[in-house]
Design a protein around this ligand. Structure first.
Ligand SMILES: Nc1nc2ncc(COP(=O)(O)O)nc2c(=O)[nH]1
Length: 261
């Protein structure tokens, strides 16, 4: 899953693709280089970020989604809002990636159910402005697993097909440093639930901390290492900014797992 943030303020690539032409060109390039889909988001979720008005979020992403799908590029829409997801689906998006797991907008699951598309439920506990205060767990892996299953039940109750559900531990969202490593160490406890698992570690702060406060653009090799290990441990997908490195890393993991090239 190639990341395409059409925002001025995302933590590692804010502003780089706010221009529609640049955004579409980057999305096409990632797809042509091997990304299976492009995740288009119009609202930054970095810690401390304020909300974007729905109309602005729609204005940012719908033209880009329409252009990408017009070029045959599969698109997931990264949004917490039902109205934005509906507009994105109408423009051709084929997956809804909801970082709030359906908590931010009670109307989201019904939109996804009606469209019959895959629904990524990420573990989340609150908006960016309050996230770090929410990072308290008895056992982060058990608690994330329990809370994700609650979101699964809510989605199923709203008519989302079980076969459409993808889970995501929400690395960096209401998680402090080692919470992220515990979730990766015990990824099998999510994978064993039987749903596809998406891992989004790309360029995130916990990688920088591990590497002695390395800045975001210096975290690509660490991101690729996470991609390889996530693939090796059964992840369905990884959400990354640098598609090339991750494709190589995942190819290595696959060959290692298979025992041949
Ligand atoms: N499913 C999913 N979606 C996400 N969207 C945004 C970000 C924040 O990272 P970005 O600012 O680099 O997009 N992380 C995730 C994630 O980990 N999982």
């Amino acid at each position: 899953m190639g990341v395409l943030n059409v925002t001025p303020d995302s933590f590692s690539d804010g502003g780089r693709y706010i221009d529609r032409r640049d955004a579409v060109a980057h999305g096409v390039e990632m797809f042509e280089r091997g990304a299976d889909m492009i995740d288009v988001g119009g609202e930054s979720t970095r810690p401390g970020a304020g909300r974007v008005e729905p109309a602005e979020e729609i204005a940012r992403i719908v033209p880009v989604i329409r252009a990408l799908t017009g070029e045959g590029v599969p698109v997931s829409v990264d949004t917490m809002r039902a109205s934005v997801a509906a507009a994105a689906l109408e423009a051709g998006a084929s997956i809804v990636n909801d970082v709030s797991g359906g908590l931010a907008d009670p109307g989201m699951a019904a939109v996804v159910a009606a469209a019959g598309v895959p629904y990524v439920l990420m573990h989340w506990r609150g908006h960016s402005t309050e996230m770090d205060t929410l990072a308290t767990y008895d056992d982060v892996v058990t608690d994330v697993r329990t809370e994700l299953l609650e979101r699964v039940e809510a989605a199923l109750a709203a008519g989302v097909a079980e076969s459409c559900i993808v889970l995501d531990p929400g690395l960096g969202f209401a998680k402090l440093g080692d919470h992220n490593w515990e979730l990766l160490q015990r990824l099998d406890e999510l994978v064993e639930l039987g749903f596809p698992v998406l891992v989004g570690a790309s360029r995130k702060r916990f990688l920088g901390t591990l590497l002695g406060d390395r800045p975001p653009d210096g975290r690509e090799d660490a991101t690729a290492a996470v991609s390889a290990l996530a693939a090796f441990n059964g992840a369905w997908g990884v959400r990354v900014h640098d598609v090339d490195r991750t494709l190589d890393a995942v190819a290595v993991a696959g060959a290692w797992r298979r025992g041949h090239g």
